[in-house]
Design a protein around this ligand. Structure first.
Ligand code: XMP
Ligand code: MG
Length: 186
């Protein structure tokens, strides 16, 4: 593939390259498949916008009948720090009552976003709720009670972009996870 020079010049360091990402996602797909009874109809809930690329690749590694739904929440705006406020911008289109759902997140930082989403979806009486996140920053966890069922990679407490993750809506289309040069956000 052509390199994305226009974006790559802003990256200080690649922390997870494309090959490593894709190999781990294959493993996660297998783990997820094996954790459900054969033929379970699974609803994948993409937390927009960051998880869209992860979910697209992950879904193709899950050997079950899956459907997609999307929820957009906001806790960060254009800053790199959590506000602690989680707002629902777009709710699910379909009911999850008596359905098996897997929440697909890009990254768990403080855990506030995921905790809020789980609490809200539990009130809708799904048959089961599991969670997967591509990235986990365990150093920053505030909500110890948030447990992720399928976790891709633990990463250090650095602001990362690429593979769905943005800074001010940019860099989502990089095929790897990288750290932005500090000069761009300080
Ligand atoms: P909390 O703190 O609620 O945050 O667990 C989860 C949400 O915060 C965003 N987030 C990031 N986005 N690079 C990003 O592009 C990062 O390093 C980062 N850390 C947290 C993300 O939207 C996630 O859903
Ligand atoms: Mg973001």
């Amino acid at each position: 593939m052509e390199s994305l020079e226009y974006l790559e010049k802003d990256i200080k360091e690649i922390i997870i390259d494309e090959e490593t990402l894709q190999a781990r996602i294959k493993e996660l797909g297998k783990e997820i498949t094996e954790s459900y009874p054969e033929g379970t109809e699974l609803i994948l809930i993409c937390i927009l916008r960051g998880a869209m690329i992860y979910m697209a690749d992950l879904a193709r590694c899950i050997n079950l009948p899956v459907s997609f739904d999307f929820m957009d929440v906001s806790s960060y705006g254009d800053s790199t720090e959590s506000s602690g406020n989680v707002r629902i911008i777009k709710d699910l289109d379909d009911s999850i009552e008596n359905k098996d759902v897997l929440i697909v997140e890009d990254i768990i930082d403080t855990g506030l976003t995921l905790k809020h989403i789980i609490n809200m979806l539990e009130t809708r009486n799904p048959a089961s709720i599991k969670t997967t996140t591509l990235l986990d920053k365990p150093d920053r966890r505030e909500m110890k009670q948030v447990e992720v069922d399928f976790n891709g990679f633990e990463i250090p407490d650095k602001f990362v972009v690429g593979y769905g993750l943005d800074f001010a809506e940019k860099y989502r289309n990089l095929p790897f996870i990288g750290v932005l040069k500090e000069s761009l956000y300080s």
